[in-house]
Structure formats: structure tokens, C-alpha cells
Design a protein around this ligand. Structure first.
Ligand code: ZN
Length: 402
């Protein structure tokens, strides 16, 4: 039997009102250094450069995912009855810890270390040296493994992974609501209460009663708008690009300059858990400030741009003439195209807010005849969305003139 806290702990939260904790292991995990570190990682990477209030952290999002998972397993009767007591604890821990392995400015960090945040999360949970591993083990010897299995979609009960990571999961529900609130946009809002009220379990799958379909359509549209207005905003990408280019330059010249001590572990083949835990966005900023002293003009310039928000400009779907002119102008200004010009192409298909390629990717509707049906059968809006033509976009980024 898992230990309870002496009384229910409540943490105020702008999205959920309160976060409720009454399992000792959850409270212990919150108080580990690995979890506290999430205070120092922005939830939205470089988006605070576009939406200036988007300063919220992975810490508050992780608590929010935990709270939604907690409500799912205690308020949805068919789910409550489908899970064993130990599975409930396992899924709550997985919800709380699912983003533990995010590095500073996550996407940039994954490109530089070649380790995904999912891999890093399970690594920290399974490493006997981490406080989080020790907190889980104190509650039950097999808890770290079970939590890792849920996050890797390898747990014998697939329902648990669906709660954390599927098309209708606690993770997305929290980040859409939270990111919309913190950016001050209204696109991401949808009726969470209605979704929870109509959530069911059938044939070991999470599904939504047909009467809740409109709230799900709203949730899908919220995703669609948030992708384009917030998550893929070109100025946020421009900021993250500067960080990426800074490290491209740093790696190239590190042998010729006074190295920046703080960044030394980033160039290693593999970081230790200890090095990773210390590597947060605060530390990165100190490193960029150090780089202002560098003798290398490019490194110094990129660090200045990061610290003072001198973002690159960008053009969407440029003509070949525009591209050539831009390159010519940069060369005339004495700028190296390696570091001052960047192009990317992306397919809109990759950012569709919903797809039904396989069963795991499908949201199921429970019909009045008690049968499961993919969402696109029941919803005309979603059916139309799935037929949206794929569009490849090209975007060029460059150092603005003046
Ligand atoms: Zn998350």
C-alpha cells in the first residue's frame, strides 16, 4: 500500500485552480532536484521572444499534466475501475515526470546532444544516482521501471500510456490551455470539463461519448491554431536558430579561442546525469554573457544577438531572385553565409493537428449503440481537416540590414 501525505497538499494553479497531492511519492518527487530544475527550463523555448509573458516553465506544466491525469483516474468511473491501485500511482508518477529530460531550449538541445528528451527522461528515472529514482524506489522497488515503461509505451497495460501520450492525453490538454493562457492568446482554449465528463474506457481504449464530440472538435481546432500562431512562430524559431548557429560557430573555433567552461559538457559525446541536471537555461545565459568577451567577432555577435534580441529577419516562400539578392547583400556586408543565412523547408502535413494513420493515433468516439468509431467518421469538421492538401513551405532567415 502506498503511503499518503498527512493531509492533502494543494498548490495554486491558474489553469486548474488547485493541484491536489495526497500521495507521499508524488510529493517526494516534486521535491527532488531533478524536478525542481524544471523551474529553470521554459515551457515554450524561444516563444517568450514573441509573446513576452510566455515565461512559464516545464515545472508548472508538469504539475498540470499530473493534475489532469489525477482527475481522469478519479473522476472517470470506467477508467477508475479499469486500473489497479499500483497502476494509478505509476501513471501519476509518469504524468508528473514525463518532461524531466528536457534540456535548455529543448529543440536546440536535442539537435546538439543527439539525445531526445524522452530518452533523457527515462535515463534520469532509471539512474540509481538521481534523487527522483531514489524517491520512486522508496515507494516501491519496481516503480522506476514501471514509470519508464509507461513513458516508452511498453507497459503491459496500454491504457496507462494513453493517459500520458496519445491523441487525447493529459499532456496536450494541459499544454494547450496553459500555453494559450500564458501567451495571452485565446486559440488554445477548449472545454476541459466537458472532455473529462464524456471520457470513457471501452475495449481498453480511452474514448469519448458521442455527446462530447463537439468539445473534441474544439480541442483539435485549438491545436491547429496553436501550432501556427504560437509553436511555429517564425520569430521564436529565429531566436532558437541564433542559439543553434552560436554552437555551430563555437564547435568550429573552440580550439582556437579561450573555451567557455560552462559549455564544455555540451561538446562531449555523452553527458552524465549530473552534467545534464546542471545544464539549464540560466547557465546557458551566463555562457552567452561569457562569449561577449570572445575575440571571435562572429561568436561575439551571435551572443549579443541572443542576449539583446537582435533576431534574424525571414521571408516565406521567397522567389529565387529574392534568395540571390539576399545572399549578395549579406556578402557585400562582409557576413559569412554559414552563420548569417539559413533556409528550411517544412511540410504542413507534419503539423496537422490530428491524423488517423494507425489505431494509436486515432481518437475514438463511443456511439449511442456502444460501438467505437474513429473521430473522422463522426465529425464532418475533422473529416475535412484530414483532407487538407499538403503544402511545403520554404523560409529563409538572414541577418537584417540595420
Ligand atoms: Zn509535456
Amino acid at each position: 500500500m502506498y503511503k499518503k501525505t498527512s493531509e492533502t497538499k494543494v498548490l495554486r494553479d491558474p489553469i486548474h485552480g488547485y493541484i491536489h497531492v495526497d500521495d507521499q511519492v508524488i510529493w517526494d518527487c516534486i521535491n527532488t532536484r531533478e524536478f525542481q530544475r524544471l523551474h529553470r527550463i521554459h515551457q515554450l523555448g524561444g516563444d517568450f521572444q514573441v509573446y513576452h509573458t510566455a515565461e512559464h516553465s516545464r515545472f508548472s506544466h508538469s504539475l498540470g499534466v499530473y493534475e489532469i491525469a489525477r482527475r481522469m483516474i478519479s473522476e472517470v468511473r470506467s477508467l477508475k475501475e479499469a486500473l489497479k491501485e499500483e497502476e494509478k500511482i505509476q501513471v501519476l508518477c509518469a504524468a508528473l515526470l514525463h518532461d524531466l529530460g528536457h534540456g535548455p531550449f529543448s529543440h536546440f538541445f536535442e539537435t546538439i546532444t543527439q539525445v531526445s528528451h524522452e530518452q533523457m527522461t527515462t535515463h534520469l528515472i532509471l539512474d540509481p544516482k538521481t534523487e527522483v529514482h531514489q524517491a520512486l524506489t522508496r515507494a516501491s522497488e519496481d516503480l522506476p521501471e514501471n514509470v519508464a515503461w509507461i513513458l516508452m509505451h511498453k507497459h503491459p497495460n496500454p491504457l496507462l500510456s494513453q493517459i500520458i501520450s496519445s491523441q487525447l492525453d493529459a499532456d496536450r490538454m494541459d499544454f494547450l490551455l496553459r500555453d494559450a493562457y500564458e501567451t495571452g492568446t485565446s486559440y488554445g482554449t477548449f472545454d476541459l470539463e466537458r472532455v473529462l465528463r464524456t471520457l470513457r474506457v471501452k475495449e481498453n481504449r480511452l474514448c469519448i461519448k458521442e455527446s462530447g464530440m463537439h468539445s473534441i472538435e474544439d480541442y483539435i481546432m485549438a491545436r491547429y491554431h496553436m501550432y501556427w500562431q504560437v509553436y511555429l512562430h517564425p520569430d521564436a524559431k529565429s531566436y532558437e536558430l541564433l542559439i543553434q548557429l552560436f554552437f555551430k560557430r563555437y564547435r568550429k573555433i573552440v580550439d582556437q579561442i579561450e573555451p567557455i567552461e560552462i559549455f564544455s559538457c555540451l561538446l562531449k559525446e555523452r553527458m552524465t546525469s549530473e552534467e545534464f541536471i546542471l545544464m539549464d537555461e540560466y547557465r546557458m545565459m551566463v555562457g552567452f554573457q561569457e562569449a561577449l568577451k570572445s575575440k571571435d567577432p562572429i561568436l561575439k555577435d551571435l551572443a549579443t544577438r541572443i542576449l539583446d534580441r537582435h533576431l534574424f529577419g525571414w521571408i516565406e516562400d521567397p522567389t529565387p531572385v529574392q534568395e540571390q539578392e539576399k545572399k549578395k547583400e549579406l556578402i557585400q556586408r562582409g557576413l559569412d553565409l554559414e552563420y548569417y543565412y539559413y533556409e528550411e523547408t517544412s511540410s504542413s502535413k507534419a503539423y496537422l493537428p490530428y491524423q488517423e494513420q494507425d489505431q494509436r493515433q486515432t481518437i475514438w468516439i463511443l456511439t449511442p449503440k456502444d460501438q467505437l468509431e474513429p473521430l473522422s467518421y463522426s465529425s464532418q469538421i475533422v473529416k475535412a481537416l484530414l483532407k487538407m492538401p499538403d503544402r511545403t513551405k520554404k523560409r529563409i532567415y538572414f541577418a537584417k540590414n540595420g
